[in-house]
Design a protein around this ligand. Structure first.
Ligand SMILES: Nc1ncnc2c1ncn2[C@@H]1O[C@H](COP(=O)(O)OP(=O)(O)OP(=O)(O)O)[C@@H](O)[C@H]1O
Ligand SMILES: [Mg+2]
Length: 157
């Protein structure tokens, strides 16, 4: 991507950046159709995040179960132990893991109970699957950034 393009930040970026600076309270969830800039936005958020960022994508055909989620989460928990900085875990294409929302709920609730400040950003490209998981398991635990991303970028070359 050219420098000019990678510097283009959507309005939603500042909302996300602000939420990620606040003390851990809700997971941030970004859903939207394919190719609408979710991953780019997450990378921009990681760049501006003051602390340790961990990014992992489930967009790998061989991944099939929640062990993957637990592994990524454990890296974030380890990072919390090793640093006094904030820690942000970004899980991209989370809806590709069957039963993702139950696993996320368990891990998130454990962190809440143990006052472990792992901040979390979930990205998903299937609004239907994301919505299903969010309503079934994660009520009251997330802030949704959905919808804000459906704008059109006009690129003048
Ligand atoms: N802020 C931006 N400025 C310029 N180009 C962008 C921006 N965001 C995304 N793009 C371009 O749009 C395309 C899609 O972006 P990206 O991969 O971030 O979307 P996505 O929603 O994660 O897609 P997918 O659902 O397929 O993973 C890429 O070619 C990327 O370079
Ligand atoms: Mg993506």
């Amino acid at each position: 991507m050219s420098k000019l393009l990678s510097n283009f930040k959507r309005e939603i970026f500042s909302t996300l950046e602000k939420h990620l600076q606040e003390p851990r309270m809700f997971m941030q969830v970004l859903t939207g159709p394919r190719q609408t800039g979710k991953t780019t936005l997450a990378q921009q958020a990681l760049e501006s995040f003051k602390g340790k960022g961990i990014y992992a994508s489930a967009d790998v055909p061989t991944l099939t179960d929640v062990t993957w989620i637990e592994q990524q989460w454990n890296s974030a928990r380890l990072a919390v132990k090793q640093t006094s900085d904030d820690v942000l875990l970004v899980l991209d294409e989370i809806q590709k893991i069957p039963r993702w929302s139950e696993a996320v709920k368990k891990l998130w609730d454990e962190d809440t109970a143990e006052k472990r400040p792992v901040k979390v950003l979930l990205l998903g490209s299937s609004p239907l699957l994301m919505q299903k998981g969010l309503t079934e398991s994660l009520a009251g635990r997330f802030e949704s950034l959905r919808g804000c991303i459906d704008e059109i970028i006009l690129v003048v070359r």
